[in-house]
Design a protein around this ligand. Structure first.
Ligand SMILES: CC(C)(COP(=O)(O)OP(=O)(O)OC[C@H]1O[C@@H](n2cnc3c(N)ncnc32)[C@H](O)[C@@H]1OP(=O)(O)O)[C@@H](O)C(=O)NCCC(=O)NCCS
Length: 143
């Protein structure tokens, strides 16, 4: 399951250097992960963990912020979405990787209790590597 979203970076989204606030990027990451996990689960989901958000390079006012979320791991009731964020400069056509994160969501029923989710089908080598990374992260967290 995959979701693509784009946002135009406007002046209220940026600091006095003209680069986007980290908190704004986090909100977009959470939203794209929520949409992706809801499509996968076929129900509402809630965020339980945002793992290792790496801000790799800034995105500037006027850039298009492009987010891709995809399911790379499922447990019994949890879904981990890998989110990649790139900044696209319209005038040069240059795309720069700005942020990556793993977001774990839990599918919930109408009472807010965890419910079972369909298992992810891994189809690419990159997703297989990301799946292994999530397995390792969960092991380290004892989850
Ligand atoms: C999500 C919630 C319903 C889980 O309820 P719970 O009774 O704690 O359920 P469990 O302990 O069985 O955890 C459910 C799943 O989440 C996983 N999980 C829980 N905390 C986790 C964490 N910090 N990191 C990774 N996975 C986590 C568990 O491993 C389990 O996965 P699995 O079923 O795939 O094996 C509950 O913790 C909750 O409502 N949290 C608040 C969510 C919220 O408000 N989010 C908004 C952000 S502020």
């Amino acid at each position: 399951m995959r979701t693509i979203q784009a946002h135009l970076i406007l002046p209220p989204d940026t600091n006095h250097h003209g680069t986007i606030f980290g908190g704004k990027v986090l909100a977009y990451i959470d939203e794209v992960a929520a949409i992706t996990s809801m499509k996968h689960a076929g129900s509402n989901t809630v965020t339980v963990s945002i793992d290792s958000v790496d801000f790799l390079s800034p995105a500037r006012v006027g850039d298009l912020l492009e987010l891709e979320g995809r399911v790379v791991y499922t447990g019994k009731t949890s879904i981990t979405v890998f989110v990649r964020v790139t900044a696209f400069q319209v005038d040069t056509g240059k795309s720069t990787l700005t942020t990556e994160s793993f977001v774990t969501m839990v599918a919930v029923d109408e009472n807010g209790k965890p419910r079972q989710v369909p298992q992810v089908k891994i189809q690419t080598e990159e997703d297989r590597l990301l799946h292994e990374q999530v397995k390792l992260r969960r092991k380290l967290k004892n989850r």
